[in-house]
Design a protein around this ligand. Structure first.
Ligand code: ADP
Ligand code: GLC
Length: 489
């Protein structure tokens, strides 16, 4: 029997992306379809989504619109793919220019609770045949934006019983740091049963948490790497939710994200200066020179180029890297940073670029093409995150032979093997890993990168090994399929 699964999320590559979530919501349903599932997606109708989907047609009116004058469900298709995508058209909520979550001042929109309640509510309605032609057996909600979907589903199951009784829900944590917190006064507007406002429910220290709703009401919880699944059950990294996560430990599983090698493959990448592969590496040097030229750095073949492509937030540990810039430059290295976010980090990197114009270059903004150019041109990609649920950048880096330099946490710990002497001797090394989140530990990893680069045969072998790693989506999709089968009984 084909399993019907609805993924509920707020972003979708290439239409709308602020981070790795979008890459996952595009690639995972496609990989599930390859495995025989009937997977669809539900998204809010943000402008790039409404403009980007093909063959959009109305399916149904959404009866409860949480204060928006009207809301309709439409169905379309992601161009160039077979992926069917439901979209909620509620222009008063979603047709806003810019970031889907924050206003121009980087402040969350005042009506985010209503905007994302509509998403969760519509998911539960779809499970209850809002579209007479298609209904899911599994609803998989991603991150806090979709966190109310399992709660609405539970409420509907209680109220209506039979027609929905077989539907199961999964909540997937991409990042526990964003909890979807709102004042408790907003509870009444959500239309959930009164007893849901409870410590065993959506209440979180006197407020509401959409993330907690997902964790509490979903039948299963997944997150995006095995190590992060363990980390979030500790006080240090559980964000106050470790108790609930420990109670639900038997329902919690870490499934690593994958790489869409259609999008991230140096042998077929139209965005980069020259294509290359593990057996034909000359193109990588051309990508490196092209990157140095484009970023106005000294064009030097032997300079070790470090790259960063990242949201500039506390999570990413780039304050630690910023402090290491003088050392990196003194050793003859170069650094290229593409990122946007925290103004103090933006200013810090801009200042470093002014101080070292030949060696440090910074582009503040979001630029998909430049992201590819950096991963292709860099020798090393730095991902020194304080915490990292999975991380995709280091996986892209492996594929492009830009050795990842990472902090040993979350998905970074699960995907990169440090170039220690013993790992080199046993043909295991794929990058550089530091364990303590301290300046000297990061600097030691940077020194290890320079030391390996000086041993060119070891460098080439490590790079080839990195490029051979297979983090394709098939293995992850098979794990999700097994989970769906378990849930569907
Ligand atoms: P996160 O989801 O926490 O931001 P991931 O490593 O999972 O981290 O995914 C980040 C994704 O966003 C990658 O596809 C990366 O290339 C992309 N990305 C991040 N910042 C930028 C940027 N400034 N410009 C272009 N792409 C970016
Ligand atoms: C989040 C996490 C990142 C993960 C991505 C996709 O944004 O920060 O580690 O790779 O989601 O799951």
């Amino acid at each position: 029997m084909t399993i019907r699964v609805l993924h509920v999320a707020s972003e979708l590559y290439p239409l709308l992306k602020t981070g790795g979530l979008a890459d996952v919501t595009a690639a995972l349903p496609a990989a599930l379809i390859e495995q025989g599932a009937d997977a669809r997606l539900l998204l809010p109708g943000f402008p790039p989504v409404a403009a980007g989907l093909e063959d959009l047609r109305p399916v149904a009116r959404i009866e409860r619109s949480f204060g928006a004058p009207e809301a309709t469900l439409e169905l379309g298709r992601l161009p160039g793919s077979d992926l069917s995508v439901y979209m909620i058209r509620a222009d008063a909520f979603y047709a806003r220019a810019g970031n889907p979550y924050l206003d121009d001042e980087h402040v969350p929109y005042g009506d985010n609770a209503q905007r994302f309640a509509l998403l969760g509510w519509t998911a539960a309605q779809l499970a209850g045949r809002l579209d007479p032609a298609w209904a899911p057996a599994i609803v998989q909600a991603h991150d806090w934006h979709a966190g109310l979907a399992p709660a609405y589903l539970r409420a509907a199951q209680r109220e209506h019983g039979a027609p929905l009784a077989h539907v199961r829900s999964i909540f997937t944590i991409h990042n526990l740091a964003y909890q979807g917190i709102f004042p408790a006064q907003q509870f009444d507007g959500l239309g959930l049963p009164h007893d849901f406002l409870h410590m065993h429910g959506v209440e979180f220290y006197g407020q509401l948490s959409f993330l907690k709703a997902g964790l509490f009401y979903a039948d299963k919880i997944t997150t995006v790497s095995p190590t992060y699944a363990r980390e979030i059950q500790t006080v240090a990294q559980g964000g106050g939710l470790e108790g609930l996560l420990r109670e639900r430990t038997h329902d919690l599983v870490g499934i690593l994200n994958g790489v869409d090698y259609q999008v991230w493959n140096p042998a077929g990448d139209a965005a980069i200066a020259a294509k290359y592969s593990a057996t034909r590496m000359s193109g990588k040097l051309r990508c490196k020179s092209a990157l140095q030229t484009r970023m106005n750095l000294a064009v030097k073949h032997d300079a070790l180029v470090f790259g960063v492509v990242s949201r500039l937030t506390e999570q990413k540990g780039l304050d630690l890297l910023l402090a290491a810039v003088p050392d990196l430059v003194a050793r003859g290295g170069q650094l290229v940073v593409l990122g946007t976010g925290d103004p103090s980090l933006e200013q810090g990197y801009a200042r470093a670029a002014r101080q070292h114009p030949e060696s440090v270059a910074v582009e503040l903004g979001f630029d998909e093409t430049l992201a590819h150019e950096i991963v292709a041109g860099a020798d090393v990609m730095a991902v020194p995150s304080r915490f990292e649920p999975c991380g995709l950048t280091q996986l892209y880096a492996l594929a492009y032979g830009a050795l990842p330099l990472v902090h040993c946490v979350g998905g970074l710990a699960d995907t990169v093997v440090d170039a220690t002497l013993e790992n080199l001797a046993e043909d295991l090394a794929t990058g550089f890993v530091f364990t303590r989140f301290e300046p000297d530990a990061l600097t030691a990893a940077i020194r290890r990168a320079f030391a390996l680069h000086a041993r060119s045969r070891d460098w080439r072998e490590t790079r080839a090994r990195a490029m051979r790693q297979d983090f394709g989506w098939a293995a992850s999709a098979q794990r999700y399929m097994a989970l769906y089968r378990e849930l569907a009984g």
